[in-house]
Ligand binder design. Structure first.
Ligand code: GLA
Length: 733
């Protein structure tokens, strides 16, 4: 029997058994995912990769293996890792999920395919859902778990989804790091065994590691060619990603909420919805996967995703806790004079009974300290108006300190186990509020609502979060449901963020958590951007921003010009270089302008002016990473190009300086080969223009050859600098 006859024969047999073979093609403009949702059978994975034509789809269905479960459940013929593991009320630990039907529904720009499954014996149900959009190459998958058993069912594992990845020379790229060293890239070949990437902080889920990965399918990942799968678990809390490789033809990738210390008691009639796992595939290398995530993020997952961000000055590294009205006025005047658009007053402005003089008191007491700010927030807003800029303010709404008035009034609102001592975080006194408690949710909502009602001119909030779950214990949840704490906290947080967003859709909110502790797509529907790191050292930022750009677009990456010596590394980096690095993200400043010379201010004023021109290309454009700092070749380089391929911004940063150094010449990518681009250097400090200044080149030439960039700056003796960087603006003629 040939294959076609065999397939027909199988289909007939299934039909005679009352089972309809149904393969679902879940496709985006350039990708396809195929699952076999035959009634009465387990849901099977068939294919994920480049978009299939109708003919290839049929062939793929005929020839590809239908042997991997698309949502394996523990207990019945599930030898490998499961996505789901439960104990039924009667003690049975088995699930035998069978497809009972499929449904398709249309949303604005999206199609949702739902595969419905039921356990063969018990009234236990799982819907596996897939959302695709008609204009981005990301597939969102998640599950809805419910039952109609008489008593509670316990869930031990509840992944969002899984994906078999054909073995070969597969490399995984992911991000790790910690406070002041976020977003570091790690790349390694997948080997037999279990790779686990997880977070257990409870609050800051992109410190230690990130919830996103890339799988390069044909050897160590390359930026601009090669097949790459990208995956991102979109969740605000603890997650776990696993890649299980045993003696089999596929690596099995799983992603979901971290189930540790979180067994979940699912009541009859309740639905447990797992977070979205976003999947993408590109034939254009790792930068291609990044562009897919960025476009999806901007269109569907990020607050104000298709708007450019303001250029701001944040007060933190300039004055730390030393807030006062005069000082704020001076900083506002300075940023306005340099062309900035927004001033953000960071920590230290609040606390009446307990003034916030350092980090050991007052969180939760969100009333201005009248000694520091006699005219209150209203006075600051008047000042901002006078200087023609917008105003933003720092808050840490999920936290308190002992001492604070809030803690005195509500000691039962903090995370703490009964009969155990309080465990403090930052400042030796910080505590986490229990967001699972509806009263705490209301309090947090009221903090924002109260402030915005009284001062509607506040444009921006920096929402910080500087502590982990140092101990386990909710004073709100029942003794039985203590294992729900990690999940209920985040449900409460998201519910509150949704309420805030519903009332204040235009408010700009920065997501900060001890620097870059909350860079996860699960947060971004409620936030406009995140603070990449408390480390503002330009050289180290190249490495951190490089990694972060794998998954997040430039307008989410707050990137500030700060002082020299840098406050975290003590490194002295020339202002030109600090500017050139900050300008590759959402540009801002984090410095005391009062301490800058007139020349330095002038350089920043020029940079801000130039950034305004290139801002749409940087913040809304398409990324092409060219030369990685992690390759240790002495230089790092990347570029952004607008959709029309008419405008591009090229960055080149030397990462080390030696005499008689030999650096690779960087070829550009992503340009239109047939267009001619005129090149102009931005932030120029050299005495003489570059050889190619004002000249035009074909996209073909720039991509085949690149430009020869001098290794040093041409400056007067005594003014020379030990760092070198260039930003070039390319405009099609
Ligand atoms: C955290 C943030 C900083 C700053 C301080 C204020 O560390 O990451 O940017 O806001 O808190 O205390």
């Amino acid at each position: 029997m040939n294959r076609k006859k065999l397939t027909t024969f199988i289909a007939c047999c299934l039909a005679s058994l009352g089972m309809q073979a149904e393969n679902i093609n879940i496709s985006t403009p350039r990708t396809s995912l195929v699952v076999d949702a035959t009634n009465g059978q387990d849901l099977k994975f068939v294919y994920y990769g480049t978009r299939l034509s109708a003919a290839d789809l049929q062939t793929a269905i005929d020839v590809e293996s239908h042997s991997y479960s698309a949502y394996p459940a523990y207990g019945y013929n599930c030898a490998a890792e499961p996505c789901l593991a439960v104990r039924h009320a009667d003690g049975d630990m088995t699930l035998q999920l069978q497809v009972t039907g499929t449904e398709t529904r249309q949303e604005a720009n999206a199609t949702v395919n739902v595969v419905k499954m039921k356990d063969k014996k018990m009234p236990f149900f799982v819907n596996v859902c897939y959302r695709t959009y008609n204009d981005v190459d990301v597939i969102e998958t998640w599950t809805e778990i419910s039952h109609a058993e008489k008593k509670t069912v316990t869930l031990f594992r509840y992944d969002s989804g899984c994906l078999p990845i054909r073995r070969g020379n597969v490399w995984v790229s992911h991000l790790y790091g910690s406070w002041a060293n976020e977003g570091r890239v790690s790349e390694e070949p997948l080997k037999p065994g279990m790779l686990v990437i997880e977070n257990k902080d409870g609050i800051r889920n992109s410190h230690t590691s990130h919830g996103e990965v890339m799988f390069s399918l044909d050897g160590k990942g390359r930026e601009n060619d090669g097949d790459v799968i990208g995956a991102a678990i979109c969740y605000t809390g603890n997650y776990k990603l696993r890649v299980n490789t045993h003696d089999d033809e596929s690596h099995l990738f799983f992603a979901g909420i971290n189930e540790e210390a979180s067994e979940y008691h699912l009541k009859r009639g309740e639905t447990f919805t797992t977070p979205v796992l976003a999947l993408t595939f590109s034939r254009e290398g790792m930068s291609g996967v990044s562009r897919n995530f960025h476009r999806w993020g901007r269109n569907y997952q990020l607050a104000h995703g298709n708007k450019v961000r303001d250029i701001l000055l944040n007060s933190w590294e300039g004055v730390y806790f030393d807030i006062n009205e005069e000082g704020m006025d001076q900083m506002m005047a300075d940023i306005a004079s340099m062309g900035g658009e927004l001033f953000v007053m960071d920590d230290g402005w609040f606390g009446e009974k307990y003034p916030r003089l350092t980090d050991n008191s007052s969180l939760g007491d969100w009333k201005v300290d009248p000694n520091k700010l006699p005219n209150g927030i209203g006075g600051l807003l008047d000042d901002a108006k006078k200087h023609g800029i917008k105003f933003g303010i720092w808050l840490e709404p999920e936290m308190t300190n002992n001492p604070s008035e809030l803690y005195e009034q509500h000691p039962d609102w903090v995370i703490k186990a009964p009969g155990r001592d309080l465990l403090y975080g930052r400042g030796g006194t910080q505590l986490v509020l229990d967001m699972s408690n509806p009263k705490v949710q209301d309090f947090v909502y009221d903090v924002i609502d109260g402030m915005m009602t009284k001062y509607p001119a506040i444009h921006y909030i920096k929402w910080d979060s500087n502590m982990n779950f140092a101990n386990h214990g909710s004073q709100y949840l029942s003794a039985d449901d203590q294992s729900h704490m990690l999940i209920e906290y985040h449900r409460g947080l998201v519910k509150t963020l949704k309420r805030i967003r519903a009332k204040y859709p235009d408010l700009v909110i920065q997501n900060c958590a001890s620097g870059g502790g909350r860079a996860n797509w699960g947060y971004m529907p409620y936030f406009d951007e995140f603070w990449v790191s408390d480390n503002t050292d330009a050289l180290q930022r190249i490495y951190m921003q490089w990694g972060t750009s794998y998954f997040f677009p430039a307008q989410t990456m707050a990137s500030h010009i700060s002082a020299a010596p840098n406050h975290q590394t003590q490194r002295v980096v020339p202002l030109k270089y600090r500017i050139d690095v900050a300008m590759s993200g959402r540009l801002g400043m984090e410095i005391q302008p009062k301490n800058m010379t007139a020349d330095e201010k002038e350089l920043c004023r020029k940079a801000i002016n130039e950034y305004k021109q290139i801002r749409p290309v940087v913040q809304l454009g398409n990324i092409y990473r060219l030369l990685s700092p992690y390759d240790n070749l002495g230089v790092a380089s990347m570029m952004y190009i607008d959709d029309a391929k008419d405008k591009a911004v090229f960055y080149w940063w030397k990462t080390e300086t030696f005499v008689n150094q030999h650096l690779p010449r960087v070829k550009m990518a992503g340009l239109d080969p047939t267009k001619r681009y005129r090149v102009r250097e931005l932030n120029r400090i050299d005495k003489t223009p570059l050889k190619f200044e004002g000249k035009s080149f074909s996209g073909e030439y720039l991509m085949a050859n690149g430009l020869e960039i001098p290794y040093t700056h041409n400056l007067d003796w005594g003014k020379q600098i030990d760092y070198s960087s260039r930003v070039l603006y390319l405009e099609a003629e």
